[in-house]
Design a binder for this molecule. Structure first.
Ligand code: MLT
Ligand code: ZN
Length: 445
């Protein structure tokens, strides 16, 4: 503890009250009390921290803004939280390279805004995009509504800076989409949830900022018909930049108790569809779209301007918090089901009798299934319900997490359901990269 307090170029907290917030993220997981919270400001602090961690046998738990949903940044036993909020660096756009460089401490909101100021778009948009830190989005490979067209965070990472177990900061990748010198170490770290090293900054790919949006509210007459739409849109050559949904129960709740924009909507279930390509507001485009959607739609509203578009997205963005307020003890998941099996998934979920409501990212099959009986259910019964849900997703060719990651929340289920050889391969990589197990111990594997 004395050595920690003397760390060069860092702020060190050891007061239990000051450290209390660091035991939580935005999941239900509560971590252990950390030995200390360290805010490094330069390489000397990290070098010494790694040396101490290896010689004294404690772990290093990376932390961005604490907005994760799987307990990935909460402390396990005998760990120090490495809070990267003070990690130095500025956000810089290179229009020539079509890239942006930023430190892990940058807020995603500022990364997106800086790109936009230069006419560029950085697509990853997790629901916490206004408050989360870039480093956390890299470590968790964050997604969001735009993933159905633009992919996840990993698809936008060109290069990374990371602290590894030798105590040094390494740079992987270059400022170009073409770099083909064997396996990508930058990509190995994206989504690693801090178990191989600590991500300190990145060079990100940009694309021109869309200039046109067609944003539609689509209530449907029959909920199950909505489930075929992602496939039917692709087959017809449409590629939405977002395709979100609310099942009948979530829509009924939103209509009765939610924000103004949701109150007057017809339909048994509801989707938000957005297109951002050039020409998407033309009569031709919208006419062809209306022809395709017409048979299932129960009315169709197109945002007339930016204010109406914002109103539609406001309903979607508050849904997670809204449901949490209505069902404080619910457990929210983020499974993935291949789009071709969505109808089958919901039919089979209904037959399990598990009380749940769902919303989320229909366009890429990433479903936020919320288990409602969680609070009243003994632990084993909840585990059984989660097991049924995850197994169903895996059986249909999907997986147990599409965007929130494994962390502590889903570790046991991940260990039980991963494909043969998957966990062993991850453990072999972990042993090679982090032989003393100092990075985010107890997480993922
Ligand atoms: C969302 O899409 O709203 C979030 O990923 C879900 C959540 O906050 O649990
Ligand atoms: Zn989501």
């Amino acid at each position: 503890m004395d050595a920690l307090r003397r760390l060069p170029d860092a702020t060190v907290l050891t007061d239990p009250e000051a450290m209390e917030p660091f035991r939580h993220d935005e999941s239900h997981v509560v971590g252990c009390a950390p030995l200390a919270v360290v805010r490094p400001r330069g390489p000397a602090a990290l070098r010494e921290l790694v040396r101490l961690a290896r010689s004294e046998g404690f772990g290093l738990v990376p932390r961005g803004a604490g907005t994760g949903k799987a307990g990935g940044c909460v402390p396990t036993a005998r760990t120090v939280v490495v809070d990267l909020a003070a990690w130095p660096g500025s956000i810089r756009v290179s229009p020539q390279d079509l890239s942006l460089t930023a430190p892990a401490s940058a807020l995603l909101r500022d990364v997106k805004a800086t790109a936009a100021e230069s006419g560029f778009f950085y697509p990853p948009d997790p629901n916490s995009w206004e408050s989360c830190a870039l480093g956390g989005t890299l470590a968790t490979n964050a997604g969001g509504p735009n993933a159905c067209k633009y992919g996840m965070t990993r698809h936008w990472v060109l290069g990374l800076e990371a602290l590894l177990a030798d105590g040094e900061i390494h740079r992987f990748g270059i400022s170009s989409v073409k770099a083909n010198t064997g396996p990508s170490l930058a990509q190995l770290l994206v989504g690693s949830e801090g178990i191989f090293g600590l991500i300190l900054g990145a060079t990100l790919r940009l694309t021109p900022q869309p200039r046109e949006y067609a944003t539609l509210l689509l209530p449907v007459k029959r909920w199950m018909d909505l489930l075929d739409l992602p496939g039917r849109l692709s087959a017809a050559g449409f590629l939405p930049s977002a395709f979100e949904f609310f099942d009948p129960a979530v829509l009924a709740d939103l209509r009765a108790h939610g924000p103004e924009a949701a109150r007057r909507l017809p339909g048994e279930a509801l989707a938000i569809l957005e297109f951002d390509e050039r020409g998407c507001t033309s009569d031709d485009f919208l006419g062809a779209l209306a022809d395709l959607l017409g048979p299932v739609a129960d009315g169709l509203e197109i945002a007339a301007d930016a204010r109406q578009r914002e109103g539609i997205w406001a309903v979607r963005r508050v849904t997670s918090a809204f449901l949490k307020e209505r069902y404080p003890k619910k457990v929210s998941e983020d499974i993935v089901v291949p789009r071709s099996r969505l109808r089958e998934f919901f039919e089979r979920l209904e037959r399990t009798g598990i009380p749940s409501v769902s919303y989320g990212h229909l366009g890429d099959g990433n479903l936020h299934v919320n288990l409602l009986a969680a609070g009243e259910t003994p632990h084993e019964a909840l585990e059984a319900q989660l097991g049924t849900l995850f197994r169903l997703a895996v059986e249909l060719g999907g997986t147990l997490s599409g965007e929130h990651g494994i962390g502590l929340a889903k570790r046991e289920a991940f260990l039980a359901l991963a494909a043969p050889g998957h966990i062993e391969t991850l453990r072999a990589l972990k042993r090679a990269l982090d032989p003393d197990g100092i990075f985010n111990p107890g997480k993922v594997i």
